[in-house]
Design a protein. Structure first.
Length: 113
């Protein structure tokens, strides 16, 4: 499974960004897809995840601001980020799970005025 992430960038506080991650390869076995983020010197943490059936999980810090969605036909997962804060600044990683986990390349999100 290969994952290609898109959509990072620079945004002002209070703004919005949408991340996308497209899976290719042996995608039929993918169950959960999600987004993680990792700040320098810190552990990678779950931001949001979504199962094939649509069950979602969010980190407390993003509940009410971020929305994860998924298009199974396109094997793509999205993360709509709104009301962004400076503390959301970091590298975001796409993840997909079959019987093992796969990671995409990171995409930088910077929230700054």
């Amino acid at each position: 499974v290969q994952l290609q992430a898109f959509g990072g960038g620079l945004v002002q506080p209070g703004g919005s960004l949408r991340l996308s991650c497209a899976a290719s390869g042996s995608i039929s076995g993918i169950n959960t897809m999600g987004w993680y983020r990792q700040a320098p010197g810190k552990q990678r943490e779950l931001v949001a995840s979504i199962t094939r059936g649509g069950t979602t999980t969010y980190a407390d810090s993003v509940k009410g601001r971020f929305t994860i969605s998924r298009d199974n036909a396109k094997s793509t997962v999205y993360l709509q980020m709104s009301s962004l804060k400076p503390e959301d600044t970091t590298v975001y990683y796409c993840n997909a799970n079959t019987i093992r986990g796969y990671w995409g390349q990171g995409t930088q999100v910077t929230v700054s005025s």
